[in-house]
Ligand binder design. Structure first.
Ligand code: SAH
Length: 409
């Protein structure tokens, strides 16, 4: 029967016999885990030569002999001679040293499990009956995929601390959640959610994902507070700092990308000022995903080769206006629904063609997505008629015309 043990090989001598690809894999992974690796082989493959030159392991240039086992905690028999491997394993067993035989798994006293590492964990798979490395690897690959896609609860039950005890160190992950559809968050964003003790969320983004969190993950909604009091940025910063200082893994879940009109920069500086580690996970921004979900390419060969993203709080900036006037870039306005009339008037007054196509994409990527299209001079009326509401992106320019991508007749 096989038992799986987590061996701490740090600083412990390990022997690898053989100079080929299998020996190279074993030797480099043992060295990476901190073992003091000696490779004994008359010849080395390129990877082993590199590792020797890097100083990662020591090379003894000859065939392995019985004396090499002396003082070793573990032996890997990985020469291309099955009989020599079996003999080396016997020498090791006689000294009560564990051995792994590369040519015939049954020969040694240990097996190397197929392993996957993720988020500070290592998962090993080995067969308990007849050895079947290909099966173990296949199972390992599937486990690795499950770990990586964020479907498992990966929260820590014991905090990591720099000193090995005491001081709890929290951290914050600013996650760009994408435009709203649950499957448009990145894999890394999902992984962060799987490790979160607390999620501080906005109104926009993949809020439907919050329902799939484990019940004891705390969710703090800073996008919408009962009583219509909007949480200020200072209050949000304070929540993030306080939660992290309690030693928790905090996910700050935002719509789109954290650094595009997401105030992610301010949160990052505030956390850094408190010495709290911050990681940023980029997200699919509604500025690009909104148009894309409506079938609008923001740049299109032969039509336009640039895009300008602006916010619609107040008057549009000069470059935003100019790019529409001279058709040099597609203009994408975020947070532009309530001042749409003012922006249209500004563009027309600056000389933009009244026929410039405009598309307004509401609730992009969600089942409620709706697209309203009209010429610049008619879009305010069209938006009023259809009752356009935030969140929406406004796309102005030739690419917004209906049927741009229609297949040629
Ligand atoms: N950081 C976000 C933008 C935050 S500003 C991002 O990168 O997407 C908020 C604005 O984003 C909204 O007012 C709206 O203009 C736009 N927005 C966000 N999600 C949207 C969606 N699903 N559909 C349309 N517009 C969206």
């Amino acid at each position: 029967m096989t038992t799986l043990l987590g061996l701490d090989v740090t600083g412990r001598p390990v022997l690898v016999a053989g100079g080929g690809a299998v020996a190279a894999r074993r030797a480099t992974s043992m060295a990476a885990d901190g073992a003091v690796v000696t490779v004994v082989a008359p010849q080395l493959c390129e990877d082993l030569v590199d590792a020797v030159l890097d100083g990662a392991l020591t090379w003894v240039d000859r065939e392995v002999c019985e004396g090499d086992v002396e003082g070793m905690w573990l032996v890997h028999a990985a020469t291309d001679d099955a009989r020599a491997n079996a003999r080396l394993c016997d020498w090791a067993t006689a000294r009560r040293t564990w051995s792994v035989c590369a040519s015939e798994v049954g020969e040694g006293t240990a097996r190397t499990p197929a392993t996957a590492r993720h988020a500070g964990l290592v998962v090993g798979v080995a067969s308990t009956d007849g050895p079947d490395p290909a099966r173990a690897r296949a199972v390992r690959d599937q486990l690795a995929l499950t770990l990586e896609t964020g479907d498992l609860d990966l929260r820590r039950h014991r905090p990591v601390s720099a000193s090995g005890g005491g001081n709890r160190v929290g951290r914050v992950v600013l996650v760009g959640g994408g435009p709203g559809a649950a499957d448009l968050i990145t894999v890394r964003g999902r992984q962060a959610l799987a490790e979160a003790d607390v999620v501080v969320t906005d109104r926009l983004g993949p809020t439907s994902l919050l329902r799939s969190l484990r019940k004891d993950v705390e969710v703090i909604d800073v996008g919408k507070v009962p009583g219509a009091h909007a949480t200020t940025q200072d209050e949000i910063n304070a929540v993030l700092v306080e939660q992290a200082q309690r030693g928790r893994v905090v996910v700050r879940l935002k719509g789109g990308d954290p650094f595009l009109f997401g105030r992610g920069g301010e949160e990052q500086s505030e956390l850094a000022a408190h010495g709290i580690p911050v990681e940023v996970v980029p997200g699919v921004s509604s500025a690009l995903a909104g148009p894309a979900a409506a079938g609008i390419p923001v740049t299109h060969r032969g039509t336009v080769g640039a895009v300008h993203v602006a916010h619609g709080h107040g008057t549009l900036n000069r470059a935003a206006v100019q790019c529409v006037v001279d058709s040099s870039a597609t203009l994408v306005v975020l947070m532009g629904v309530s001042l749409l009339g003012q922006h249209v008037a500004q563009l027309l007054a600056a000389g933009a063609s009244p026929a410039t196509p405009v598309a307004v994409v509401e609730d992009a990527t969600l089942p409620s997505q709706r697209v309203t299209r009209a010429a610049l001079c008619d879009v305010v009326e069209a938006a009023r008629e259809s009752g356009v509401r935030a969140p929406a992106v406004v796309v102005v320019g030739d690419v917004a015309v209906a049927g741009l991508l229609a297949a040629p007749p």
